[in-house]
Ligand binder design. Sequence first.
Ligand code: R5P
Length: 322
Amino acid sequence: MTANPKYRLFDLGTNPELTEAIAKKLKTPVAQVEMQTFADNEIYERIVDSVRGIDVYVVQPISYPVNDNFIKLMIFIDAAKRTSAKSINVIIPYLGYARSDRKARSREPIVARLLANMLESQGVKRVMTMDLHTSQVQGFFDIPVDHLIAMPAQAKFYEDQGLTGSDVVVVASGPSTLKLVQKLAEVLEAQWAIVDQDRDPRVQTAVTGNVAGKYAIILDDIIDTGDTMLKAIIAVKKAGATTIDALATHGVLSGQAGENLQASDVDRVIVTDTVPIPAEKRFDKLTVISTADLFAEAIEQVIAHKSMAKVLLSPDQREAIE
Ligand code: R5P
């Protein structure tokens, strides 16, 4: 494979499988970065071949270890800037810290905004990401943000298995995913419901909507510790669902999340590959679906200066974001 003279695609070793899959779709090789971690944990990076006057695209999720992975990205940006790359475009499939998007209590920081400032101040021209915890985080940047959604890949996954229609119910694990739930339900011609997860432990988690006797797909943006999803699984099971899938874009799966989900009443846990899942974190009930096509298509549109609209279409060709 020969590199396109106009752009190079880079990977920083955090999710090489995803970058390789994107590169394959784009029919471009992954350009080389020499990387080393010194004894004191300082990171060294050097872009191997010249990118002077060339558009640079780098794939780097801000996933575990979040702080190391963020600084790896910043060091790469510095290297690309100092060698006069034409533009620096960062593809952040999972933006860690996106949940720190507001001051919920006095004297708290807003880390998502801080990250946006740091990326922008170093001359990043464009950010491409997927299913931000809240889409308003896009507004923290003053540069273009291509906010992709996993829904087209998720909907296709269910359609391919014939899991559509009124026997299926898409369930929001909390209010933040309700819009996506309604959209997925519309595309699958399914029902929708919501789990009322009150943060107050004295209030029982309850389901609003009918899940009894149905195939329930509980949707969330992130499964981190798994607590939110596990509570939703218990509530949906209690409300009489026959089969339960836990569906999320970002499988962060911290701590015992995998073991706890495996031991729960969930039938399948379906996440995407925005976050790498090492072999030791995988479990029998886990299925990973790929977002590589969506990212590759989006990069192609950017390179061709074409609209992003077709990347945001559901499989039935409806606009996924309204
Ligand atoms: C919350 O608002 C989010 O949408 C997720 O439900 C949450 O971040 C998941 O975290 P955990 O798996 O730790 O409950």
